[in-house]
Design a protein around this ligand. Structure first.
Ligand code: SF4
Length: 447
C-alpha cells in the first residue's frame, strides 16, 4: 500500500544524523573535552573537518556555509582549525592509543580552498590530529567550479579515496531553477579532471523534484551521470526549506502534486540504477558492485553506530557515547557569517559549548534509525548484544505501525524496510524521534 493511502507525506525530513542539531542547546556546564573523552573508545575514531565556504549558495541548501571568503578569512579559519585540532588532540590524551579509522572533509565546499590551503588542511589532520590520511579512507566533497586540477592533485596525493561532486542536474535550465547556475560543459570537464586523478571512488549527487523536471529530463541526467561509471550515486529529493533561497521564493512545501512528482521520479531513478546493476544502499544512496565503494561517506552517513567522531570546524559535530556536541547552528546567512567570525576568534577550544546528552534510550533510537534506514536493515542479534533487549521490545508501537502499513519485514535475523518503506524513509525517520527530541526541535527557532 502506498503512503498516500495511509495519509502519510513522504518528504518530512532527511534524517542523516540523530538527534538533529536543532535539538542541541547551550551546555550550561561547558564540559571539558578531556573529561568527556575519558573512558571513550579511541582506537577507531572518525575525523571530520568542516570547511564552511562555497562559491554560490544553492537555493536548496540548508548546510552551514557562506558565500565567498573576503580578505584573509580562509587563513584565519585554518588558523582556528589548527588551534582547535591542537586542543582536541591534547584532550584525547596519550594514555590509550588514539587512532583514526576514517576521515572526511566536508562543507560547504572543501575545494573552495586553494591547493596550498588544502595542503595545510591535510597537515592539520595528520600532524595535529595524528590521522594517517594515506592509510585510511578519506572522503572529500567538491563542486564543478572548484574541482580544479591543482586542488584535486593535492587531494589525490594526500590519500583521498573518494571524491563526491554535487552536480544536481545535467540540464542547465534545471540547475538554474534550483538556483545553482552552471554549464553542462563545465560539469563534464570537472568530472573528467576527477577521473584523471585516479581516486578510486567517484560519487555524483543528483536532485529530483526540480521545477520543470520531467521523467525525460531526469532520465537524461541519470544517463549523463552513468556515462562516468560512478562507483556511487546519491539521488536527493529536493526540499524547500525555510530560510533557503527557494524557500523565500516559493513556499510549495505542502503541495501534494509535488510529493507525487518526487515519488514518481524517485521510483524511476531507483529502477533505472538497479537495471544498470547498481545496488541500493539507502533511499538516497546507490553503489556499483565491484567498485571500490568502501570509503566512508562522511559523518552524516557514519556507518558505525558505535564509534566516536571528532569534528573540527565551526559546523562540525563530535560524538562521544554520552554527548553529541558542536558550536552554535544557523541557516540564515548573516547569522552564519557571525558564527564563522566568532569561531576564527576563539582561543579556548577545550570545552563543549552546545550539544545534547545521549542516554540509553536515545542510543537505542539512534541505532534503530541508522540501521533501519539502510536497505540492508537492522541485525537483531547485534542490537541485542549491544542493548540487551530486542527492537520489538524497545519500540513495539513504532515497529507495529510500520509493519501494519506493510513497510517492515523480519527475516533471517534482519529487520528491514520493504522497497515502499524505503521510499518513505523521510517520513519514517521522524516517527522514530523521541518525544524529548521532537519537543526540542519544535522549540528551535530557525535563525
Ligand atoms: S549545496 Fe553544496 S555547493 Fe551548494 S551551497 Fe550547499 S554546500 Fe555549498
Amino acid at each position: 500500500m502506498n503512503g498516500a493511502a495511509h495519509g502519510i507525506r513522504p518528504y518530512l525530513s532527511y534524517v542523516y544524523a540523530y538527534p538533529h542539531k536543532t535539538s542541541y542547546r547551550p551546555l550550561p556546564d561547558r564540559p571539558a573535552l578531556r573529561e568527556l573523552w575519558t573512558g571513550e573508545g579511541r582506537d577507531a575514531l572518525s575525523l571530520y573537518l568542516h570547511i564552511p565556504f562555497c562559491e554560490v549558495r544553492c537555493g536548496f541548501c540548508n548546510l552551514f556555509t557562506r558565500i565567498g571568503a573576503p580578505g584573509e578569512l580562509t587563513t584565519r579559519y585554518l588558523d582556528a582549525l589548527e588551534r582547535q585540532a591542537v586542543a582536541v588532540r591534547d584532550a584525547l590524551g596519550d594514555e590509550d592509543p588514539v587512532r583514526f579509522a576514517a576521515a572526511a572533509f566536508g562543507g560547504g565546499t572543501p575545494t573552495f580552498l586553494t591547493a596550498g590551503e588544502l595542503e595545510r588542511l591535510c597537515d592539520i589532520a595528520e600532524k595535529r590530529m595524528g590521522a594517517d590520511l594515506r592509510a585510511v579512507p578519506l572522503s572529500v566533497e567538491t563542486s564543478p567550479a572548484t574541482a580544479t586540477a591543482d586542488r584535486l592533485a593535492v587531494l589525490a596525493e594526500r590519500g583521498t579515496t573518494r571524491l563526491s561532486i554535487g552536480v544536481q542536474s545535467f540540464v542547465d535550465e534545471e540547475a538554474r531553477a534550483a538556483v545553482r547556475p552552471q554549464r553542462r560543459a563545465d560539469v563534464e570537464a570537472a568530472l573528467g579532471r576527477i577521473r584523471e586523478t585516479g581516486v578510486p571512488v567517484l560519487n555524483i549527487d543528483l536532485i529530483y523534484g526540480i521545477d520543470g523536471q520531467t521523467e525525460a529530463t531526469w532520465r537524461h541526467s541519470l544517463d549523463a551521470a552513468l556515462a562516468w561509471h560512478p562507483e556511487e550515486l546519491y539521488l536527493y529529493p529536493l526540499y524547500v526549506r525555510p530560510l533557503t533561497g527557494l524557500g523565500r521564493q516559493d513556499d510549495a512545501g505542502g503541495d501534494a502534486a509535488w510529493d507525487e512528482q518526487r515519488l514518481r521520479l524517485y521510483r524511476q531513478g531507483r529502477d533505472h540504477l538497479l537495471s544498470h546493476g547498481y545496488e541500493q544502499v539507502s533511499m538516497r544512496m546507490f553503489r556499483r558492485p565491484g567498485g571500490q565503494g568502501t570509503a566512508p561517506r562522511g559523518p552524516d552517513d557514519h556507518a558505525c553506530q558505535t564509534d566516536g567522531m571528532i569534528g573540527l570546524g565551526c559546523g562540525a559535530r563530535s560524538y562521544t557515547s554520552g554527548l553529541h556536541y558542536s558550536f552554535d547552528y544557523a541557516v540564515d546567512m548573516r547569522r552564519i557569517r557571525t558564527i564563522i567570525d566568532d569561531y576564527t576568534e576563539t582561543a579556548d577550544f577545550t570545552r563543549a559549548e552546545v550539544g545534547r546528552r545521549i542516554d540509553g534510550g536515545e542510543a537505542r533510537r539512534r541505532h534503530l534509525l541508522q540501521s533501519l534506514l539502510q536497505a540492508q536493515g537492522l541485525e537483531v542479534a547485534a542490537y541485542r548484544d549491544r542493548f540487551g533487549g530486542t527492537p520489538a521490545e524497545d519500540f513495539p508501537d513504532e515497529l507495529a505501525a510500520f509493519a501494519g502499513r506493510g513497510w517492515l519485514e523480519e527475516s533471517g535475523g534482519l529487520l528491514r524496510l520493504t522497497p515502499e518503506g524505503l521510499a518513505y524513509s523521510d517520513a519514517l525517520g521522524p516517527e522514530l524521534f523521541s518525544p524529548a527530541v521532537r519537543d526540542a526541535m519544535a522549540a528551535y527557532e530557525p535563525k
